[in-house]
Design a protein around this ligand. Structure first.
Ligand SMILES: [Zn+2]
Length: 463
């Protein structure tokens, strides 16, 4: 009988591991506001559930094993856990546990906003694969914002180039774009201020042909609410992740009903395959070769790239801009290359209870709006025509130099700094069919727990 306390302790240890609570990890502590239950209630429900079902000792999940214990995430290779690597979407299996995909933006859902089909550009299920205005090139960047996006915006500003950003709301463990403690919202605001086009690339980058119609709608509407919380509007343009939107799944019809133009491309730079200084030339060649097949008097191009990749931002894009300059093409947004008026690129939704109010701190004397681009003690950049941020050398502007390190928050707007690995982008974890580091750790912990229980039992019986 003496082994009972040891056995009980081991069982509690195991149950704790199996039902790692949302509070034990920073990556899944956000509870959607539209959820009525509190965190405490969720935990209580999780505990009741864990008592009702035997803990999954292997922490396996997926078609063969079923769902993870409540509150834990099912990783791409089918292990339960609560680390960032387990929960990050789109790798995390949304049908077998909790995932970043299940988090929600704050504020009212967007489903009640009217979605009339305005203008001449076709809506889903029809797909748009090319531009219409000769002499234009629409550069598009998917999967961001990421830690490289600020540099990309600086580059585009230097070339006075406009581009289109297909924004994903919560992919690759970067957190929600509408979390104003993270740098993403200020980058998205900057895109808008600089005249770029903002479009949707879904909430968590799920394959829209493989999810259920309800999950598809969720993917669209959550990204709308998050962008609405930042900009006061949400886009009418979108690109399906993996360019996947099959006829059989009715994806295109659904996207049309939700009021979206489905935008594909006619130049695929393959930049995600060539994110290496020694390989990126291949992407440059693809771009140059395509442009050389026609003249700007008659041709236009719609180009796909990704601001999630270092070589795309720090190498390929400037090359594309130089080639365009040399050959006489104009870098414009997708909306512009399709002759769609700017008003039709988004739908206003001004119900933004969570929208962060920005501006100079109220302490001190009210400042005058800068009239010559200088700022500091007496002049603010807010409301001036020189840019919103007051940089360290007392000049207004919108670049990272003005809005980042040294930015004066009492004389204009300052953006949140992007940490060096802020979006947790790690291509190694992207590769499907391999156990992530987190999988290995959890598996080891799980195996260790089982071994310790077994040893405890033997020791107890021997005593
Ligand atoms: Zn993508």
């Amino acid at each position: 009988m003496r082994f009972r306390p040891i056995l009980m302790l081991s069982s509690i240890f195991l149950a704790k591991l199996a039902v790692a609570t949302p509070c034990e990890t920073s990556s899944i502590h956000t509870v959607p506001l539209n959820q009525t239950s509190s965190v405490a209630e969720d935990l209580e429900a999780a505990e009741i559930e864990s008592r009702a079902t035997p803990p999954n000792l292997d922490y396996r999940c997926g078609v063969k094993y079923g769902k993870c214990p409540s509150g834990t995430c099912c990783s791409s290779s089918g292990f339960c856990g609560t680390s960032k690597a387990h929960c990050r979407s789109p790798d995390c299996k949304i049908d077998y546990g909790h995932c970043d995909a299940h988090k929600s933006p704050k504020g009212p859902p967007t489903k009640d906003v009217g979605r009339p089909h305005m203008g001449q550009v076709p809506y889903g299920p029809q797909e748009v694969r090319s531009c219409a205005v000769p002499g234009t090139v629409a550069l598009t960047f998917d999967d961001g914002p990421t830690r490289y996006t600020g540099d990309l915006l600086d580059l585009l500003d230097r070339y006075d180039a406009k581009a289109t950003f297909f924004i994903t709301g919560i992919n690759n463990g970067k957190g929600q774009i509408d979390d104003f403690d993270l740098p993403w919202a200020s980058l998205i605001e900057r895109m808008q201020l600089s005249g770029h086009q903002i479009a949707s690339h879904t909430w968590s980058h799920e394959d829209l042909s493989k999810v259920t119609p309800l999950q598809r709608q969720d993917q669209i509407e959550k990204n709308e609410a998050a962008l609405r919380n930042i900009l006061g509007s949400f886009p009418t343009y979108m690109r399906p992740p993996y360019s996947s939107c099959t006829r059989d799944s009715a994806c295109g019809t659904d996207l049309g009903r939700l009021g979206y133009h489905i935008i594909l491309y006619d130049i695929d730079t393959d930049d995600y395959k060539n994110d290496d200084p020694n390989l990126i030339q291949r992407s440059k060649d693809i771009f140059d070769q395509s442009l050389s097949t026609g003249s700007p008097t008659s041709r236009s191009w719609l180009v796909i790239a990704h601001d999630a990749h270092e070589q795309t931002v720090h190498n390929l894009t400037e090359h594309m801009l130089k080639t365009m300059k040399r050959t006489g093409y104009r870098p414009v947004t997708v909306g512009e290359c399709l002759r769609d008026p700017r008003d039709l690129w988004s739908r206003p939704d001004d119900r933004m209870p969570s929208r962060k109010k920005k501006g100079p701190k109220s302490s001190g004397d009210p400042k005058l709006v800068s009239i010559d681009g200088t700022c500091g003690k007496h002049y603010t950049c807010l409301g001036s025509r020189f840019g919103l941020c007051c940089g360290s050398v007392n000049l207004c502007g919108n670049t990272t130099q003005h809005c980042g390190v040294g930015c004066q928050s009492d004389a204009g707007y300052c953006s949140v700094e992007v940490p060096p690995n802020g979006d947790a982008w790690d291509p190694k974890i992207q590769s499907k069919g391999h156990k992530s580091d987190a999988d290995s750790i959890l598996y080891t912990v799980g195996t260790a727990a089982v071994t310790s229980l077994f040893l405890a039992l033997i020791v107890a019986m021997w005593m």
